[in-house]
Design a protein. Structure first.
Length: 517
């Protein structure tokens, strides 16, 4: 029967340390030199005992050793300063080693100004660049985030990317804004999430600035102008390609335009160089999705069909029964009001207690179509005279030149023009001036001008808003202004101007929700 090995007598940690230090001193070593030699030695016994120091399972004890050294070194002011210098040098080495991938995109981060494409400005490409930037410079990114967040609790680190907060929820408040890239940003109500979002945006921007400054490339204003010039040439070619007759022989892309006043400002002015104000026009073409035209008879979108429809419209007699509601429309309106009441209650007053019961909080659909992204292409800015028939003629001349078609080709198919009500009236004046005429490119018979969707909503909403506004100078008046005042919305004057389209629609929606509640 084997005899068990007797246990060694218990020795206090102080005695163990004294014995080990005495042994190290007998071997002509110091504790520091022993540790350095032990860590540098690559013999079998030493390397076997070092194998777990840098692994995940042994990192806790390694970190504990490092923190104990830090505590000892920072015990006095001079040591604290030396420790910070050491950490700074290590941070410099890490930051210097981390940088975006070199080389030309898509394998690298360099974008040639003469090889740019429209896909560079999509949301997916922007998210990919932001993600690649933060992943290639994680140390600097996380350091800046930690500095800005300060003592922000970890609960603010929400599951998923905070970019998801940018998506507008139909049941959220409609207080929002648009960023410089035209994307709608929903206001974040949670202070911790808002602070985290701001810190990440600032850190990502600083990383981009640092990476740009460290690449040592001559990215000057001339380079930016070269990129814009190249993109302009590409857009010019695509615009001509989209306007070809063989793509849509009967129905041309819709042209949308509006007036624009812009100033060419000269910072260093002289007698020959001063700031100038120009009256111009901006616009874009909107190509109708091909699947939408598949179920349409080509004869219904021809010039002759349009002329016949306009001729029949002059003989149409307006009767009151055309505007009276039918049984079907009344039921639809009733369901729409109920859905709006449900939506307002769920947003502000209550929550659904039973998820198994479906609550209809969205209005019924009316002739729905697939929500595809609009296929638009911007036109080049055009100089034009003030609001007059001559100015509209100059605009159409510029559109024809940019399309790459001759006047006869441009007027050989149906052309829909969308604009504000004033532009449509001025175009009608121009057409009346050129009547009678035998040729389509002189009579402009192939063109029909209609108010755009945004302008229609604009005019109708403003008319309804002003009709129910009331008199804000009378305390007993119960118009729409009183509802806004009760909601804390500052009331300066009637919404007679159309400078703030979003705010006007937002106020109308708020008043409607208050009425429902």
């Amino acid at each position: 029967m084997a005899v068990p090995t007797p246990r060694a007598p218990r020795v206090s940690i102080e005695n163990k340390i004294d014995s080990i230090c005495s042994l190290i001193q007998q071997l002509n070593l110091t504790p520091k030199s022993f540790l350095v030699s032990f860590l540098e030695h690559d013999s079998g016994n030493a390397s076997f005992r070092q194998r777990m120091w840098g692994s995940k399972s042994g990192w806790d004890s390694t970190l504990d050793l490092i923190l104990k050294i830090k505590k000892l070194a920072c015990h006095h002011r001079e040591g604290h300063k030396l420790w910070e210098g050491f950490i700074l040098s290590e941070a410099i080495d890490i930051v210097s080693s981390q940088k975006p991938e070199s080389g030309e995109a898509p394998n690298g981060s360099y974008h040639n100004s003469r090889k740019l494409s429209d896909s560079l400005f999509t949301d997916e490409e922007r998210d990919f660049r932001n993600r690649s930037l933060t992943e290639s410079m994680p140390f600097l990114y996380q350091l800046i985030c930690a500095k800005i967040k300060g003592d922000l609790p970890e609960v603010a680190q929400m599951d998923g990317d905070l970019e998801g907060l940018d998506n507008k929820n139909p049941n959220d408040s409609d207080d929002g804004m648009q960023d410089l890239e035209g994307n709608f940003i929903q206001t974040i109500s949670d202070p911790s999430a808002k602070r985290a979002k701001r810190a990440e945006t600032i850190a990502r921007t600083i990383c981009a600035i640092v990476a740009f400054g460290a690449n040592r490339l001559a990215s000057s204003q001339r380079t930016a102008h070269s990129a814009l010039s190249f993109l302009g040439k590409r857009s010019k070619e695509k615009l001509k390609e989209r306007s070809k007759l063989n793509l849509l022989p009967l129905f041309a892309p819709i042209v949308c335009y509006d007036n624009l006043d812009f100033q060419v400002k000269v910072h260093t002015q002289s007698v020959a160089h001063t700031s100038k104000m120009f009256h111009g026009t901006w616009g874009y073409i909107h190509s109708v999705p091909p699947w939408l035209l598949q179920g349409i008879d080509p004869a219904e979108v021809s010039i002759s069909a349009m002329k016949q429809a306009l001729h029949d419209g002059t003989k149409l007699k307006i009767r009151p029964n055309m505007f009276t509601p039918t049984m079907e429309s009344t039921k639809h309106w009733e369901k729409t009001l109920k859905s709006q009441i449900t939506q307002a209650i769920l947003r502000y007053l209550a929550e659904a207690s039973d998820n198994k019961v479906k609550l209809h909080s969205s209005p019924l659909e009316v002739s729905p179509i697939a929500p595809d992204d609009p296929d638009i292409m911007m036109l080049k800015l055009m100089l034009a005279s003030d609001n007059s028939s001559q100015g509209v003629g100059e605009v159409f001349t510029g559109v024809i030149e940019q399309s790459g078609l001759t006047p006869a080709e441009f007027h050989s198919r149906l052309q829909i023009i969308e604009g504000d009500l004033g532009s449509c009236n001025i175009f009608q004046t121009l057409r009346n001036q050129q009547t009678p005429s035998l040729d389509s490119h002189n009579s402009l018979d192939n063109i029909i001008a209609i108010p755009g969707a945004a302008h229609t909503i604009w005019n109708v909403s403003q008319s309804l808003f002003l009709n129910h506004w009331g008199n804000e100078k009378l305390a007993y008046d119960t118009g729409a202004w009183r509802t806004l005042h009760a909601l804390g919305v500052p009331i300066k004057d009637k919404p007679t101007t159309k400078k703030d389209f979003y705010r006007m629609l937002s106020d109308v929606e708020r008043i409607h929700e208050v009425t429902l509640l």
